[in-house]
Design a protein around this ligand. Sequence first.
Ligand SMILES: [Zn+2]
Length: 273
Amino acid sequence: MTWKSLHTRFSSQCSVCRKEVPQGTEAYWDTESRELQCTDCHAALSHYREASGAGAGARYEYERRALREASEKERKWGKVLSFLTLPWQTTSFETRAWLQGSKGEAKLGALLDAWSARHDGTVLHDCRASLRPGARSNIDHIAIAPTGVYVIDTKTFAGTVAVHRGGIPFLRESPTLLVRGVDRTNLVDRMDWQVETVQRAMDDLTVPINPILCIMPRYAASWKGTFRIRRVLITDAQGLIRLLRRRGTLHSDARETIARRLQSALPPSSGSR
Ligand SMILES: [Zn+2]
């Protein structure tokens, strides 16, 4: 927890609602991200800031963005008119995607918890990973199974998700991940830092780390199957659980040691938002 209550020395701006915070006003300051929040925004977000578990980080981001957009709308339309707008008209598509993402993470989180309870595995949710001082990022889930460690990034998509293998086989074009026809292979690239972070935290090169991009479709029929792009496996929740259930050589003592190491190096992000 890095938030501090203070009285502003200069006239400033709230990082959430963008309203002016006059000099000498009470506000909250995060020493790590160097972010200032007015007392209203800080109070409105407190419940989501402290929340823990799968999807909590994405939910906090949704609430933060929604608060900003509501405040922008109020500035533009005035209090009365913006009060009359319907809730789904106050948030943008991008902001609502954070809410859908948080729901997808929570849903997968529950499935992973059920797997770990039944199969003696360990799962960590919403792990805090600092890339550099002041910057924060999180890893959605880490599962420690008999076949190794699984670093899981959850993505919730509506519409078709497909892997395009490239038209001419002998050219060995690398496959692309298409979401509603748009190239989102960058999501595969973004798994690199997550694998590096977990590798560093584990400090054990003998245990395999498997990067997984888990697609949580918003409509049942939009995604089926398991594909690999470079070392990243792209699958759905059922495919992931099947992988975790496989027999392997990592016995329970070794799994516990890894879990303890990862828990201390990459703690849950609750209280650090
Ligand atoms: Zn504010």
